[in-house]
Design a protein around this ligand. Sequence first.
Ligand SMILES: Cc1cc2nc3c(=O)[nH]c(=O)nc-3n(C[C@H](O)[C@H](O)[C@H](O)COP(=O)(O)O)c2cc1C
Length: 402
Amino acid sequence: MKSLARKALNIDDLRKMASHRLTKSLFDFCDKGSEDQISMRDNRIALDRIKLMPRVLRDVSRRDPSTTLFGKRHDLPLVIGPTGPAGFVWYRGETALARAAAGANIPFTLASSSNTAMEKVMANGGGTQWFQLYIWQDVEAALLTVKRVLDAGFEALVLTVDSPVYNNREIDVRNDLSFPPRVTLRSAIDGILHPHWLFGTIGRYILDEGHLPKFTNVHIPEQHKSNASNYVSAASKGFFNRNDTLDWNFVRRLRDLWPRKLLIKGILHPEDALLAADCGADGIFVSNHAGNVNDTAITTWDALPAIVDAVSNQLTIIADTGVRRGSDVLKALALGADLVAIGRATLYGVAAAGEMGAARALEIFDAEICRTMAVMGLSDVSSITRDHIRLPGELPVSGSVK
Ligand SMILES: Cc1cc2nc3c(=O)[nH]c(=O)nc-3n(C[C@H](O)[C@H](O)[C@H](O)COP(=O)(O)O)c2cc1C
């Protein structure tokens, strides 16, 4: 796996490898956004339109991309964000991601809709681990999950708040995708055409655990068990319906229950960032959820400056969506983010080659961040400022320079 992963020169190479190994429906689930993919596309456009403004003739022979977050030093200004299907793309893929993060000395976030039990991921993954929480129909059941997260030793709780209803992922409906997977003629053919995934991932679950991957990190009360089986499907009903009743009082309630770091994920409006601070959160993820939720929402990168102005003195700001290069990471930091979260980049890595693939994704980011720091005249990431970038409105209109 190591030699396969090393063939990837960049994140897009890992994406291509993942597309070859996974079934079409699973790859599309990981790779595509909701509805018309506008938000997903715009996030990349927004990042590409930000230009770096380098400084020269500074001694950059010692470059340090490390950063300190919540009192801990991390080797890169990155965190692996939560991605539900990690355990579907690779056998116990959550542990593989956690181990890759620990190897790179960055935090890892376990998604609540994951398959490997949180205690196992904590024990076998090591490093700094955070837990992401969705709230489904039964709030009290979710709070029992929070108790388990606390006992398991996760250092931060990440409450995702941008998804009060299921996203409109037409691509998954067209692909007839469901979790847990349903065996149909179409899914059987798709599986047989991708034997490395079918036998290496699904086959291993059946051999080692006696069943298909299932959700092990969501507390499902007895009375809900009969209608909790189908999680991702247009017809999803019952327990796994997302909770559309939550408001900021729930965040206050969670704050009272959770004594460690509390992060609110999916903030795009500066007033919501202020509300998160008011509720006692320690930080926020400025995120539009990989373009998976609200297809014409403002991009993270357009939203970030106003949020930084509003709350950077009160909250830790983590930004994500669309990050594929080290230069993207430096742009996010220059816009005022304290840390950058990556979703698909390491998900492609783990789908392509397990822990080695995820580690390769992080190695690529490390090399690209350090190289970009050199050409930017930066010796450490904490010295990057807003002056190191130019936004589209700050550039001469193309063609106007004689
Ligand atoms: C396939 C997939 C599954 C995801 N699952 C979750 C999840 O369970 N919980 C969550 O808060 N965010 C989830 N996200 C969003 C990521 O945490 C993150 O916000 C996003 O992937 C960042 O964009 P990027 O993939 O372009 O890096 C998911 C994203 C993808 C692509």
